[in-house]
Design a binder for this molecule. Structure first.
Ligand code: ADP
Length: 331
């Protein structure tokens, strides 16, 4: 990657400001009144089911598509029509990144780098960072799917952009490759870069993102920090008690237990009062082998996308604003 660091004095406007943006394809509203601000240095995850409008929204931010209405600002400037001043400041990886397939990996990345004036040292550093150092002389058309994905990511990073858009960057990576990329991304964030990230891996979003926004049917139904979403919407913990330890009816009667089910060799106790139920279990039968499962971002995501309506969490000023906006649009 280029050694260029984001300059702290390069302005005070947020990295991305989206206000009341809509985009329709024919009579289908792909993006439906979205408002969102992404701070500089923020790692923002855009989540949502297939067809929710994530790619369309991100492409509008990138200046690749024109919104039908609403306003978009990137570092205070409009990315549309093509804004050449913004191009070097942005790095874009898409699901359909183009490659020079007859070139080697290194030649490809040098070509991309030259478009932005990045040097050969940046190329080699970026190849190393994404784990392609050993493939630099391999022709692009001989790369595996995962290696191509890494090259697409390298192509988005090589010029040291301040704002990086990554569209499901770990989709074709194996577990080790995913974890390696997480480290690269954490490094980019530590350098102060802004990252806008779409993923279907909820564990990834929970581990990496400062904030996530959940898009459903073109509407941003909520934005917040993953832990706050879990705290606000997570429906308690589950305690897994080995079968035979305690009678099912007895478990149901324990104060603080909301529900009991038998699952895979365990009695599963749902509760919002974990400490109280654990204490009661301890007194009754001991805690040996008892496991506690707290809700994850994935649990909350599944719950929220099933509701498919805007929410007002009251926990986050922007969430409130976003939710209010979409509710107003509905009215
Ligand atoms: P996501 O990235 O969340 O899967 P998209 O932004 O790709 O969602 O798509 C949102 C909706 O817009 C979907 O219904 C999709 O079929 C439609 N759509 C996306 N791109 C186009 C296009 N170029 N022409 C017509 N419809 C499109």
């Amino acid at each position: 990657m280029s050694s260029t660091s984001p300059t702290p004095d390069s302005g005070t406007r947020p990295a991305v400001e989206v206000a009341g943006v809509t985009k329709a394809y024919g009579d289908r509203r792909a993006v439906d009144g979205v408002s969102l601000t992404i701070r500089r240095g923020e790692f923002f995850g855009l989540l949502g089911p297939n067809g929710a409008g994530k790619s369309t929204l991100v492409e509008i931010m990138e200046g690749l598509r024109k919104a039908d209405s609403g306003s978009v600002r990137v570092f205070g400037d409009s990315p549309w029509p093509r804004n050449t001043a913004l191009l070097p400041r942005m790095g874009v990886q898409t699901q359909t990144s183009a490659f020079f397939v007859r070139l080697t990996v290194q030649e490809h990345l040098r070509t991309v780098a030259s478009l932005f004036g990045a040097d050969h040292a940046a190329v080699d550093a970026t190849l190393g960072a994404v784990g392609l150092g050993g493939q630099r002389d391999v022709r692009v058309d001989n790369l595996s799917g995962g290696q191509r994905q890494r090259l697409a990511i390298a192509s988005a990073l090589v010029h040291g952009p301040e704002l990086i858009f990554l569209d499901e960057p770990t989709a074709a990576l194996d577990t080790e490759g995913r974890r390696d990329l997480w480290e690269v991304l954490r490094g980019l964030k530590a350098e102060g870069r802004t990252i806008v990230y779409t993923t279907h891996h909820l564990d990834e979003a929970e581990a990496l993102c400062d904030r996530v926004g959940i898009l459903v049917a073109g509407r941003l139904i909520v934005t917040d920090e993953p832990q706050r979403l879990i705290h606000t919407f997570g429906s308690g913990s589950r305690l897994l008690v080995p079968l035979g330890r305690i009678d099912e009816q007895r478990a149901r009667e324990l104060p603080g237990v909301d529900g009991v089910a038998v699952q895979g060799g365990h009695l599963v106790l749902e509760t919002r009062e974990t400490g109280r139920v654990l204490a009661a279990l301890d007194a009754l039968a001991g805690l040996d082998g008892v496991q506690t499962r707290t809700p994850s971002l994935e649990d909350v995501y599944l719950e929220l996308t099933a509701r498919r309506t805007p929410l007002d969490t009251g926990t986050d000023a922007e969430t409130h604003a976003d939710a209010t906006t979409t509710q107003e649009q509905q009215a």
